[in-house]
Design a protein around this ligand. Structure first.
Ligand code: FES
Length: 80
């Protein structure tokens, strides 16, 4: 079955170890980076953007995420 990638969004969830492989497959299928959505998991302390414990670059995972597009994740410099 061929997926109409131009009109589709892929949501990736599960063990972080699998993200890299699934995302590479999705990119290989033709999905645009902005149409691949995933979550970033971080140990959170305050959960309200005050302590900085969850920061990745300029983003606070607790308040800016935890859901990000792959395009955003790459800009944050996160290696998944
Ligand atoms: S958990 Fe404290 S800033 Fe995100």
């Amino acid at each position: 079955m061929k997926v109409p990638v131009e009109n589709s969004i892929a949501f990736v969830c599960g063990p972080p170890i699998m993200f890299r492989f699934v995302i590479q497959d999705l990119l290989g299928m033709g999905f645009h980076e902005r149409n691949i959505v995933s979550t970033l998991e971080r140990y959170m302390k305050c959960g309200v953007g005050k302590c900085g414990h969850c920061c990745i670059g300029v983003a606070y995972v607790c308040v800016d995420g935890p859901v990000f597009t792959y395009e955003q994740i790459k800009k944050l410099g996160e290696d998944i």
